[in-house]
Design a protein around this ligand. Structure first.
Ligand code: SF4
Ligand code: SF4
Length: 91
């Protein structure tokens, strides 16, 4: 299966509060021309629009890449509260 096909095998129990936060949009804007998070995130959570980063946290697969992938340690990442976040189905 492709990654895209596998993504349909997950469902989400979304928290109302984001477990992800970009700490400084200015750092993204001025120091990170490649916007690495928009490339390494497998779930396309990060979208750069205009002068700020939009974080579609509801789609996060909790892979943890953004905790180590952001070259400026500019993403605050916490595990979603118990019972929230991704639920993997065995299929
Ligand atoms: Fe901002 Fe980090 Fe994403 Fe770069 S990788 S755009 S610094 S959040
Ligand atoms: Fe994307 Fe993984 Fe970070 Fe979630 S934990 S936002 S899926 S890179």
């Amino acid at each position: 299966k492709t990654i895209e096909e596998k993504q349909y095998l997950v469902r989400f129990n979304c928290d109302t509060k984001s477990h992800l936060e970009v700490k400084s949009h200015e750092i993204c804007d001025t120091k990170c021309p490649d916007k690495d998070c928009t490339i390494f995130c497998p779930a396309d959570v990060y979208k750069w629009e205009g002068d700020r980063m939009f974080v579609g946290y509801e789609g996060c697969h909790e892979c943890g890449s953004c905790r180590i992938g952001c070259p400026f340690d500019n993403i605050k990442w916490e595990y979603p509260k118990g019972g929230h976040g991704i639920v993997f189905r065995l299929a």
